[in-house]
Write a protein that binds this ligand. Structure first.
Ligand code: ACO
Length: 423
């Protein structure tokens, strides 16, 4: 395999070095064209690496997802979300003592300034909880102004811990405000996930103790959603960070990107689809509609995975465990049969369309009585660990420049302004 790419242009040839399977886009500038130096056109960054990263590895053809080299299946089986957050940030799994220290540190930062609560609660009752979360996260920079010292390792660390600690509190309070319930404060006796569930569901009369199977299923969902390399929201975080921004301002942008239905909202669409199908005997008719371009099979297909999304396998198992507690949702029968038929159908096989992470996650959230608008919030809470790790990697990368893509200009060139009375 060549380590160079040779480009000919007219009489000239140029040798471009290939490193890590990439060429440097700026090396193309030496090739002159009638429109100026050669550049690439890549809307959506379909084939452009904008950073180097050692956090998350994905092989979409083989269906592999690893955090810092550890397969997602093993982490989901053996770790907790805070262990995974430590791994993403520090590069190694913690030992028992390190984990205890990390949990103590994060858990003591779960309380949120009362004025942030007022920001969240100043929204109309029917404001989307993601919009409230976005405002709450972005506002935190004003409460911790030292976060702006992004080159100070102590400030980086302290504010990452604060954000990971406070995110579940902000998310839960955004939800409670939507349903007109008082906010529940963090409980020191509960771990990260159980405390989040308690802040969401506890009523005044009793102490909320989640069923351990529900709690473990949420922990697994958190682990599966903790990072996914350079997806849309992580790219938003890194882009905002590249201008010299603190972790709160950058994560606020991440929440905004995740809010989009093309990114964080597909599991809601899966539920809607399953309800529309309504019963197992109508699946054939629905699949025919998909093949005729009338609908999409939501929760199937992925830009990167051209094989079974490894997270979907783990979620399917968690679904069974949650339904043992909550009772079986009849929509699950439709989902399982839909998956079986689609995986055998030539249309899906030929296009390499497999279930993705969203195919089953909405069913779990619904079984746990979350309203659909909370689904994306449940994605944002664990993804905060990934955003923080990616933010840190970006701001400490000496090669990182302010993100500022080129454009292909297609508008008018210089022309004279006509006075307004002559237009
Ligand atoms: N149902 C039916 N056909 C599909 C589906 C689907 N879900 N997904 C892709 N296809 C077809 C396309 O129509 C296309 O067919 P063609 O070659 O005959 O034109 C072919 O498969 C290739 O699809 P593309 O749209 O080119 O694939 P792309 O990588 O751009 O899209 C995407 C990926 C957006 C995820 C797509 O598969 C989709 O819309 N899936 C449903 C929505 C969904 O589940 N999104 C969640 C993704 S996971 C996440 O973001 C956390």
């Amino acid at each position: 395999m060549s380590d160079n790419l040779t480009i000919s242009s007219g009489e000239d040839t140029f040798d471009l070095a290939i490193t890590d399977g990439t060429i440097k886009a700026t090396d193309l500038k030496q090739v002159a064209t009638s429109d100026g130096p050669l550049a690439t056109y890549d809307p959506g960054f379909m084939n452009t690496a904008a950073c180097k990263s050692s956090i998350t590895y994905i092989d979409g053809d083989a269906g592999i997802l690893e955090y810092r080299g550890y397969p997602i299946e093993q982490l989901a089986e053996q770790a907790t979300h805070l262990e995974v957050a430590y791994l993403l940030l520090n590069g190694e799994l913690p030992n028992a003592e390190e984990l205890a220290g990390w949990e103590r540190e994060v858990n003591t930062h779960r309380f949120v300034h009362e004025n942030v609560a007022q920001i969240v609660e100043s929204f109309r009752y029917d404001a989307h909880p993601m919009a409230k979360l976005m405002a709450g996260v972005a506002s935190m920079q004003t409460f911790y102004p030292s976060a702006r010292q992004i080159e100070d390792p102590e400030s980086q660390r302290r504010n990452i811990v604060r954000l990971i600690g406070k995110m579940p509190t902000l998310a839960a309070w955004s939800y409670r405000h939507s349903i007109g319930r008082h906010r529940v404060y963090p409980n020191d006796e509960l771990g990260y996930v159980d405390n989040f569930l308690a802040m969401l569901f506890q009523s005044q009369q009793r102490v909320y103790r989640p069923d351990p199977r529900v709690s473990r299923a949420m922990e697994v969902l958190f682990i599966l959603h903790a990072d996914h390399e350079q997806n849309c929201s992580t790219t938003a975080v890194r882009t905002v960070a590249s201008a010299g921004n603190d972790v709160y301002t950058s994560a606020g942008a991440g929440v905004g990107a995740l809010f989009g239905p093309a990114h964080g909202g597909a599991n809601e669409a899966v539920l809607k689809m399953l309800r529309e199908i309504g019963s197992v005997d109508r699946i054939g008719e629905f699949i025919d509609g998909v093949k005729n371009g009338k609908a999409k099979l939501m929760g199937f297909g992925h830009r990167v995975y051209k094989n079974y999304d490894p997270r979907a396998r783990v979620i399917k198992k968690a679904t069974d465990e949650v339904f043992e507690v909550t009772g079986r949702n009849p929509l699950l029968d439709i989902a399982v049969e839909l998956e079986r038929i689609a995986l055998e159908d030539e249309y899906f096989v030929k296009r390499r369309l497999y279930p993705n992470v969203d195919f089953y996650s909405g069913l779990i959230y619904e079984a746990l009585k979350f309203p659909p608008e909370m689904f994306t919030v449940l994605f944002a809470v664990p993804r905060t660990a990934g955003w923080c790790a990616q933010w840190l990697e970006g701001v400490t990368d000496a090669e990182q420049k302010i993100m500022r893509p080129k454009q292909v200009y297609t508008g008018h060139r210089e022309r004279a302004v006509v006075p307004i009375d002559q237009r």
